[in-house]
Design a protein around this ligand. Sequence first.
Ligand SMILES: [Zn+2]
Length: 255
Amino acid sequence: MILNMILAIWLIIATFGFIYLAAHYNFWRLKVSNDYPRILMYHSINHNPGISHPDLVVTPANFKAQLQYLKKNHYQFLTVSELITGQQASYLTPVALTFDDGFADNYTLMFPLLREFNAKATIFLCPDMPKINKLTNQQIQEMQASGLVEFGAHTMTHLNLALASDDIAQNEIMQSKQHVESITGVTCNSFAYPYGRLNERTANYVKNAGFLCAVTVKKGIEALTDPYMIKRISVLGKTNIVQFHIAMTRGRYRV
Ligand SMILES: [Zn+2]
């Protein structure tokens, strides 16, 4: 009787353990073709997770381990608009590292690692975003001059474009493009929808403003058939290297 109970408890623990592992390590997902580019989504690279969105902060040590993984596995680093304009080598899988919002630590902690690995990145700037420690114009210009970083736009104020009036949405999109160009001195080709939110008109506004492409927060890896609805792989503070491998090969690592 007691033995049966112990056995039953062990079975329950094993079942829940298995479900937990299957949910957090999605090895069961089908692998995606190496022909499709991987677009990774980051925000802040920092030692300190902060309090507002700790999940969006990846430590420099974890980011470095991810760069080592990408180098070791022969991914080709490209910016987002290089992906769209077809600059990938046919025998390598392209990867685009993207950083939303324009955190100052993208210069102080992320950029030195880009240099170390000769990796490229795309940073989406949001000039009037409240409550974040932003990149200065000088930092942006230095990164731009390195040839390793492309700067995209992310609206002026980080508003939800799905809920904004048509006039405001168009202005925010246009103005952020002009603002980024006024700092970098080059054409701003890529856009990121704040919160990944858009309505049926938003992508057209982005296209009409002259952007070549736009990234969403939808998770996955696929052919870039619609350059204004690009899916990304989300990398979070708690993403470990095994989960990173699962995401790079399958589009996402957890349910
Ligand atoms: Zn954002």
